[in-house]
Ligand binder design. Structure first.
Ligand SMILES: NC(=O)c1ccc[n+]([C@@H]2O[C@H](COP(=O)([O-])OP(=O)(O)OC[C@H]3O[C@@H](n4cnc5c(N)ncnc54)[C@H](O)[C@@H]3O)[C@@H](O)[C@H]2O)c1
Length: 326
């Protein structure tokens, strides 16, 4: 059996992957490396502390408090557990904050990625029996910048428009380059607009739902603004398939719902659950790239990835969770 290490393992995506891996019995244990920076719910009078909902049980989960910018500490954790799979999700995941703090965004997305790959290589060189099955880097749809067509493929032009997208793309370059140099099998995942239980970074999907709960007006910036909203279980499942499949080695995948949908349609789905919901439509935020569908044809063909959740089904499940935990 296998050991899995997840950087950012207390976060939204990392903790969901951990849960899915253990549920499917794809790993013996998960080592969660996190600096505890983002796991407190920042919403005043909002959702409860999500730590309690993170994991139903901590069986086979080991939490190591460590910042991925600390090479020495990271290296000693890797030597201690010798993980077969490393899912690298730790990063400053917010575009707005990254734009204001370029250096912090660089440290979290670029330097940390160099550190972890370098530490894996050091372990490989010092312990000849050690074998890494896959290093998985979590990138973003923001690396594409403005979508030139309604749908982008993995081959589409990368033209990030903000510091977040720039650093995420630099992390991809580091992953491809260093993993090839050190003969480490890797997979790059490009998610988009992930929503679902445990999210607490106050991206648009969460803000809309939170406002619906609080009976606050929703602000739609751009009626036709599209995002490829992806339910967390589909992303977790798709990332795991990509990491475990031989065909996923040294490849890049869009892992999304595969369907760009307008912010307006998201709000309309919410309206069926919250009939009194109010919203206002304003002009689109020009500082954000104009996006749409991330084609998942490659993941379907090579990995057999098939997202299960329509936006309607995902939202229904998410709202059920929030009603229980709000
Ligand atoms: N959620 C989305 O919609 C989305 C979309 C595209 C890409 N991504 C990418 O997926 C990854 C995970 O995002 P998320 O939504 O789970 O974010 P999150 O904030 O919920 O989780 C990130 C976790 O990483 C930890 N962390 C951050 N910096 C760290 C560091 N230097 N050392 C150790 N731990 C650190 C935080 O404490 C947090 O627990 C990020 O790389 C993000 O860029 C997310």
């Amino acid at each position: 059996m296998k050991t899995t290490l997840i950087t950012g393992g207390l976060g939204f995506i990392g903790s969901s992957i951990c849960e899915a891996l253990l549920q499917k019995k794809f790993t013996d244990k998960c080592i969660l490396v996190d600096n505890f920076g983002g796991y407190m719910n920042p919403i005043k009078d909002g959702f409860k502390d999500f730590r309690k909902q993170r994991f139903p049980s901590l069986k086979n989960i080991i939490i190591e408090r460590c910042d991925t910018s600390n090479y020495k500490a990271l290296s000693s954790i890797l030597s201690k557990y010798k993980p077969n799979y490393v899912y690298h999700t730790a990063a400053l995941p917010l575009a707005k904050v990254s734009n204001l703090n370029n250096e912090e965004a660089k440290i979290s997305s670029v330097d940390s990625t160099v550190n972890i790959i370098d530490a894996i290589n050091l372990l490989k060189n010092s312990d000849k029996k050690y074998q890494i099955d896959r290093f998985i880097y979590f990138s973003s749809s923001m690396i594409y910048g403005d979508f030139k067509k309604s749908s982008v493929t993995e081959e589409s032009k990368k033209n990030p428009k903000d510091a977040y997208g720039i650093m995420k793309l630099a992390g991809e370059v580091v992953t491809e380059g260093l993993c090839k140099l050190h003969n480490i099998p890797y997979t790059i995942i490009r998610p988009s607009a992930v929503y679902g239980p445990k999210d607490m970074n106050r991206r648009v999907s969460q803000i809309f739902i939170e406002n619906a709960f609080k009976k606050k007006e929703i602000l739609i910036q751009g009626k036709n603004e599209k995002l490829d909203f992806t339910y967390i279980k589909d992303l977790a499942n798709g990332s795991i398939i990509a990491a475990r499949s031989k065909k996923g080695a040294n490849e890049i995948f869009n892992i999304t719902c595969g369907k760009g949908q307008t912010l307006y349609s998201y709000v309309n789905y919410l309206k069926s659950e919250f009939p009194k919901l109010k919203y206002v439509i304003k002009k689109r935020d020009k500082t954000k790239p104009s996006r749409g569908t991330l084609s998942i044809k490659k993941a379907k063909k090579l990995l057999g990835y098939k997202p299960k959740y329509s936006l309607k089904d995902g939202l229904r499940e998410y709202i059920k969770f929030l009603k229980k935990n709000y």
